[in-house]
Design a protein around this ligand. Structure first.
Ligand code: GAL
Length: 135
């Protein structure tokens, strides 16, 4: 069953990190980690997919402004495996978001709108979250 964690009125800034641990479901289709100021204003949508129509297993990143998606970035080398226990760290550097994945892999995504304070965080999809920390 898919999960959802939604945090509002938080305040994450450059230098802060989100650390998540959990298990990607065995039959996972997708999950996502969203950072922004509300559901329609996302600076980072980090979206691993395991059955994408175009790319199969792929890491999709995007931003959302006024409810509209921006240009997608796709990384077709997806180190995330269905059924595995993983630790994912999202680092806010100010200009960028750095997503640390297993096996020393990292995905970077620019902070396109220069959102200084992240007040909204959502984690949802085919992931069993066992630990969530803001550091
Ligand atoms: C859409 C999908 C959204 C989001 C977006 C990212 O196709 O429906 O959930 O992942 O792509 O660009």
């Amino acid at each position: 069953m898919s999960m959802e964690l939604e945090l509002k009125n938080v305040a994450l800034r450059a230098g802060d990190q989100l650390k998540l641990k959990g298990q990607i479901l065995h039959d996972a289709d997708r999950f996502q980690i969203d950072l922004g100021c509300e559901a329609d204003e996302l600076a980072l949508h980090f979206n691993p997919r395991f059955h994408d129509d175009e790319d199969g297993s792929v890491l999709v990143c995007n931003s959302k402004t006024d409810g509209c998606w921006g240009d997608e970035e796709r990384e077709t080398h997806n180190p995330l495996q269905r059924g595995s226990e993983v630790k994912i760290v999202v680092k806010l550097t100010g200009d960028m978001f750095e997503v640390e994945l297993p096996d020393g892999e990292e995905v970077q995504f620019p902070n396109r709108e220069g959102m200084d304070i992240i007040s909204y965080v959502r984690v949802r999809g085919d992931f069993r979250l066992t630990s969530f920390k803001i550091c």
